[in-house]
Design a protein around this ligand. Structure first.
Ligand SMILES: Cc1cc2nc3c(=O)[nH]c(=O)nc-3n(C[C@H](O)[C@H](O)[C@H](O)COP(=O)(O)OP(=O)(O)OC[C@H]3O[C@@H](n4cnc5c(N)ncnc54)[C@H](O)[C@@H]3O)c2cc1C
Length: 535
C-alpha cells in the first residue's frame, strides 16, 4: 500500500485510475502486472456505491436463460434508447466476468448442486441475479477485490485524495489535479499520466434524498465535461422507489429483491396501489414504481413496503442488511411495514464512451457508473450496473494494454493560482434540495429553467472547486432535462407527459452546449429577475 507521505507527484505514472469501486479496482486487477496507480477520495472499502449493492449482478448463467433474453429485457427497460449491440455484448460477456470475480475470491451463493444460485428481480424475465449471502453482494465483491488488489504489487493505491481537474496538452490527457479530500484549503497537486481512467461512480449525492454515498457527487463527470468531453444522456437519473425513510443521509435501501420475494407496497390506509398502475404491480419498471410511491406520498397517504406476509420471521436471515437498517431505526420489518420514498439511485448518463470505454478525449477512459455506454438507455434494468462496470473495466484494460501509451513527457508542475475557499455547507444543501425538488422524479419546464439558471450562476461564481464541479454536473442534468420535451423512462415531464417517437435518440451534449441553454434561459428571464445563485 502506498505510503501517503511519499511524493507521488514527482514521477510520471503509467496508468492512473480514479475511483476504487468495482470499476476502478477490477480494471486495476485486469491491468496487472502493468503498473497502475489507483486514486480514491475515501479509504478503500468506503465511499463507493459498490459496497452497498444488495441485489447482485445480472448474468444469464442459468441453463434455462440466455444472453439474448437478458439483452431483450435490458432493451425493453431502456424505453427505446438502449444500444442493442452494447446490451447483447454485456449479456454475452457476463459469464466470463463472473468467472473472473470467482477467481478474485467473491463467494457467490450456490444451489444444492453447486451451480451459481440465481435470484429474480423486477423486469427480468428469468431468475438471473447472482448474489452473495442474500443481500450482501456489494460488500462481498468489494472486500474480495480489495484483498486481491492488496496482494498485487503492480497496483499502488493513494487514498484520501480527490481528483478535481484533468490536465490536458494538445487536446489529450496529460494528468490530473488532485487535492487532499476533506481539506478544501490544502494546496492542489498535479500528477502526470497519459492514460487516465475515470471510475468515480454516480451523481446521487447531488440530490437531497439519495441512496448514494457522499463521494457520489458527480465530480468525475464534471472534470471530464470541463475538459471538453462529450457527455451522453445526463437527464436520465433513476430513482429507487424504496429508500427507507428514517431520517438518514444517505437513505438506506430496501432492495428490489424484497419485492421479488413478494413484499408489497401499501399506503397509510393499508391499500396496495401498484396493481392499479401497472400489470406487473410491484415488479413494474423502476420509474413507474417510483412515480407510484411519489404520488402516494404527494397525496399525503404515505408509502410503505410490507414484507410481513412474504417474509415474516425469515426477514432477518434473508435480508440482513435491510433488517439491520430497519431495526436501527426502531422498525421490526417482520411485523411492521417499512416507510419508503423514491431516492436518487443510479445515473444512466455520464461520460460518453465507445465499446472500448474510450471517451472523446485522447487518453481518457471512463468505466462504471460515471460512464454512459448506451447499455441502460432511459432506464437501467436492475443489477445491470455491476455487470456493466466489470464488462467495461475489462475492455478498458484490454484497450490500454493494446494501445501503446507514450510515457508523460515531463513531470507536472504544481498548479498555481487555484485558490479554494471552504465548501459552503449551505450552498451544497441548497443545490441538493433544488435537484430533488426541481430535477427529480417529476419535472416541469419552468422549474427546470430556474434550476438551470441557478446552477449556471453557481458554477460561474463558486469559490470552491468541489462545489463548482457539483454545479457543473447539476447543470448538465438540468439543461438536458429541460431540453428533452417528452417523458421517457426515468425522465418524466409534467408538461410533456407522453413519449415522443421523434425524440427516440440518446442525448449527446457538452458543457459548452449546457452553457448555451443557460444563457438563452437567462436572456429570457433577465427582464423579470436578477440572476439567482445558490446561497
Ligand atoms: C444502495 C445501492 C444499491 C445498489 N444495488 C445494486 C445491485 O444490486 N446491482 C447492481 O448492478 N447495481 C447496484 N447499485 C448500483 C451499483 O452499485 C453502482 O452503479 C456501481 O457499484 C458503481 O460502481 P463504480 O465502480 O462505477 O462506482 P463506485 O462503486 O461508486 O466507486 C466510485 C469510487 O470513486 C471514488 N471517487 C469519487 N469521486 C472521486 C474523486 N473526485 N477523486 C477520487 N476518487 C473519487 C469513490 O470514493 C469510490 O472509490 C446499487 C447502488 C446503491 C447506491
Amino acid at each position: 500500500m502506498e505510503n501517503q507521505n511519499h511524493d507521488f507527484t514527482r514521477t510520471p505514472h503509467d496508468v492512473v485510475i480514479v475511483g476504487a469501486g468495482l470499476a476502478g479496482l477490477f480494471c486495476a486487477l485486469k491491468l496487472a502486472p502493468r503498473p497502475v496507480t489507483v486514486i480514491s477520495a475515501a479509504p478503500l472499502g468506503r465511499g463507493a456505491s459498490t459496497a452497498w449493492a444488495q441485489g447482485g449482478i445480472a448474468a444469464a448463467v442459468a441453463e434455462t436463460d440466455s444472453a439474448e433474453a437478458h439483452a431483450a429485457d435490458t432493451i425493453a427497460a431502456g424505453a427505446g434508447l438502449v444500444d442493442a449491440t452494447v446490451a447483447l455484448g454485456l449479456a454475452r460477456e457476463a459469464a466470463a466476468r463472473i468467472e473472473d470475480l470467482l477467481r478474485y475470491g467473491v463467494p457467490f451463493d450456490r444451489d444444492l448442486e453447486g451451480r451459481l444460485a440465481v435470484g429474480r428481480e423486477a423486469a427480468h424475465s428469468a431468475r438471473r441475479i447472482v448474489h452473495v449471502r442474500g443481500d450482501m453482494a456489494g460488500q462481498a465483491i468489494l472486500s474480495a477485490l480489495i484483498e486481491a488488489v492488496r496482494a498485487t504489487p503492480s497496483i499502488r493505491v493513494i487514498e484520501g485524495y480527490a481528483a478535481e481537474g484533468l490536465l490536458t496538452e494538445d487536446g489529450a490527457v496529460a494528468g490530473l489535479r488532485l487535492r487532499r479530500a476533506g481539506d478544501d484549503t490544502a494546496a492542489p497537486l498535479a500528477i502526470a499520466s497519459r492514460a487516465v481512467v475515470l471510475a468515480t461512480g454516480g451523481i446521487g449525492h447531488l440530490y437531497a434524498v439519495t441512496t448514494n454515498p457522499a463521494e457520489a457527487g458527480g465530480l468525475g463527470l464534471a472534470i471530464a465535461a470541463r475538459a471538453g468531453a462529450i457527455i451522453a444522456d445526463p437527464e436520465f437519473v433513476q430513482f429507487h422507489p424504496t429508500a427507507i425513510m428514517v431520517g438518514r443521509d444517505p437513505a438506506p435501501l430496501a432492495t428490489e429483491a424484497l419485492r421479488g420475494e413478494g413484499a408489497t407496497l401499501i399506503n397509510g390506509r393499508g391499500e396496495r396501489f401498484m396493481p392499479a398502475r401497472h400489470g406487473l404491480a410491484e415488479l413494474a419498471p423502476r420509474d413507474i414504481v417510483a412515480r407510484g410511491v411519489f404520488a402516494e406520498i404527494a397525496a399525503g397517504r404515505g408509502a410503505f413496503l410490507d414484507a410481513r406476509a412474504a417474509l415474516g420471521a425469515h426477514f432477518a436471515e434473508k435480508f440482513p442488511t435491510v433488517y439491520a437498517s430497519c431495526v436501527a431505526a426502531g422498525i421490526d420489518p417482520a411485523q411492521q411495514p417499512i416507510p419508503v420514498a423514491p431516492a436518487a439511485h443510479y445515473h444512466m448518463g455520464g461520460i460518453a464512451v465507445d465499446d472500448r470505454g474510450r471517451s472523446s478525449i485522447g487518453g481518457l477512459w471512463a468505466g462504471g457508473e460515471v460512464s454512459s455506454t448506451g447499455a441502460h438507455g432511459a432506464n437501467r434494468l436492475a443489477s445491470n450496473s455491476l455487470l456493466e462496470a466489470v464488462v467495461f473495466a475489462a475492455r478498458i484494460a484490454d484497450d490500454i494494454d493494446g494501445c501503446g501509451i507514450a510515457a508523460p513527457a515531463r513531470a507536472p508542475t504544481t498548479p498555481s493560482g487555484l485558490r479554494n475557499s471552504a465548501m459552503p455547507a449551505l450552498s451544497v444543501a441548497s443545490l441538493r434540495k433544488m435537484m430533488t425538488s426541481q430535477v427529480g422524479v417529476i419535472r416541469e419546464g419552468e422549474q427546470l429553467a430556474e434550476a438551470v439558471r441557478c446552477f449556471a450562476a453557481t458554477e460561474r461564481d463558486a469559490g470552491n472547486v468541489a462545489l463548482r464541479n457539483m454545479a457543473t454536473t447539476a447543470l448538465l442534468v438540468a439543461a438536458s432535462a429541460w431540453t428533452r420535451r417528452e417523458s421517457r423512462g426515468a425522465h418524466y415531464r409534467l408538461d410533456y407527459p407522453a413519449e415522443k417517437p421523434s425524440l427516440a435518440y440518446r442525448t449527446v451534449t457538452t458543457l459548452a452546449a449546457a452553457h448555451e441553454v443557460a444563457a438563452s434561459l437567462c436572456e429570457r428571464a433577465t427582464a423579470r429577475i436578477a440572476l439567482p445563485m445558490i446561497a
